[in-house]
Design a protein around this ligand. Sequence first.
Ligand SMILES: [Zn+2]
Length: 156
Amino acid sequence: MTGGFITDASLAGLARWLRLLGYNTVVYPGAAGRPMLCRAAREGRIVLTRRRDLPDRQFSGRVELVPEQDVGRQLHHVVAGLALEISPQRMFSICLSCNCTLTPVGREEVRDRVPAYVFETCGSYNRCDCCGKIFWQGTHVLRALQFLENQNIKIK
Ligand SMILES: [Zn+2]
């Protein structure tokens, strides 16, 4: 595999979905251009962009044009076009907000940090190494799986 992805700022929604699927994805904060390509080359990332004029002859890495407006179609485009592996082992392993790895934490460690009804019903938790946010298996997971199914994205 690669060093993950880098997207331009207009694809921030797509970036969250790629993180949810377990793919390290940076959103480049500035305008899409040569500095973004330099960072992609340095970090071995595939470039995802909506800018048709971005592909650069001097850039040796891969640039994938994502013309779709709708985030579901964008995701389908990337998953199908790059033949991404979608597996339960990869999913929900990266923080959706900051792209850092999640680490499993014990139930007692999160007692004061999650809603009481969650603490009562859920036994396993992950914490983001960067922002400290706690994630657990909840309704958002079911919604995410439904979204993927609606895009005809198969989990293997
Ligand atoms: Zn985080």
